[in-house]
Design a protein around this ligand. Structure first.
Ligand code: NAD
Length: 256
């Protein structure tokens, strides 16, 4: 049980982050939510599970706001035992058309934010003698797709950072691992399905089917609840020696 522990899940007002927050809360952890959109609904959903739920609105593209988020979690929420770096954005364009400002933003949120939260929260984990850092990478941390240069570069970077932090914490009860999800039907992917339908003049249903068939042998989406269950496992004593892993849950995508 994770009762009495506090988990900070970045980007947890929607999609995968919310699913992971839910599963950690079901296991008993108090949750620090972060992200935009329907904050009240996310907070109510977590509180309904009988744990405490806070929210901090930090924009993770801004290191100063990450400082504020980590200080809030440390000082107002009893400290962070479990850090889930989940916030992420996508931008799709071929390299020669990729807007440099979008490159910087994807790298800042998907990669640099993981560095900042980890460096800020590790000292207290070391002081407590226990911790879990779980980075939500992607199959795009392991393989590429065209049009996603910034995302693929950032996610490959997350796996490198994960391994380094795992080594630097190897002699402690702190572990650092990455989860590499395949397609999950969240707002981030719904946007890509909509764009695909528009560009190719096909129905959204056809676009969704094509998207799965192209990459994911199962033909099924991975769910936020399945990813949340994996996160709960990585927090368990059974996973104490899982260190620096890039754990795929991708319907067979990277088995090909
Ligand atoms: P989503 O768009 O549904 O949710 C993203 C969350 O991050 C939201 O809570 C949003 O408010 C928050 N967020 C966005 N920008 C932020 C910022 N600047 N600062 C703070 N919070 C911010 O996306 P998702 O699909 O649930 O993706 C979550 C993570 O999973 C991302 O890292 C993504 O790369 C990764 N991922 C997603 C898929 C997929 O198929 N959906 C697959 C592999 C990996």
């Amino acid at each position: 049980s994770l009762a009495g522990k506090t988990a900070l899940v970045t980007g947890s007002t929607s999609g995968i982050g919310l699913g992971i927050a839910q599963q950690l809360a079901e296991a008993g952890a108090n949750i620090v939510l972060n992200g935009f959109g329907d904050v009240a609904a996310a907070q109510a959903q977590i509180q309904a599970l009988g744990v405490q739920a806070w929210h901090h609105p930090a924009d993770l593209s801004d290191p100063e706001q990450i400082d504020a988020l980590c200080a809030f979690a440390a000082n107002e929420c009893g400290g962070v035992d479990i850090l889930v770096n989940n916030a992420g954005i996508q931008h799709v364009a071929r390299l020669e058309n990729f807007p440099p400002a979008q490159w910087d933003k994807v790298l800042a949120i998907n990669l640099s934010a993981v560095f900042h939260t980890s460096r800020l929260l590790l000292p207290a984990m070391r002081a407590r003698g226990w911790g879990r850092i779980i980075n939500i990478a992607s199959t795009h941390g392991l393989v590429a797709s065209s049009g996603k240069s910034a995302y693929v570069a950032a996610k490959h970077g997350v796996l490198g950072l994960t391994k380094t932090v795992a080594l630097e914490t190897a002699h402690s009860a702190i572990t650092c691992n990455a989860i590499c999800p395949g397609w999950v039907l969240t707002p981030l992917v719904a946007q890509q399905i909509a764009d695909r339908a528009t560009q190719q003049g096909i129905s959204p249903q056809q676009a969704q089917q094509d998207l799965l068939v192209e990459k994911q042998p199962s033909g099924q989406f991975v769910t936020p609840a399945q990813l949340g269950a994996l996160a709960v496992f990585l927090c368990s004593p059974a996973a104490a020696e899982v260190r620096g892993a890039a754990w795929a849950m991708d319907g067979g995508w990277t088995a090909q």
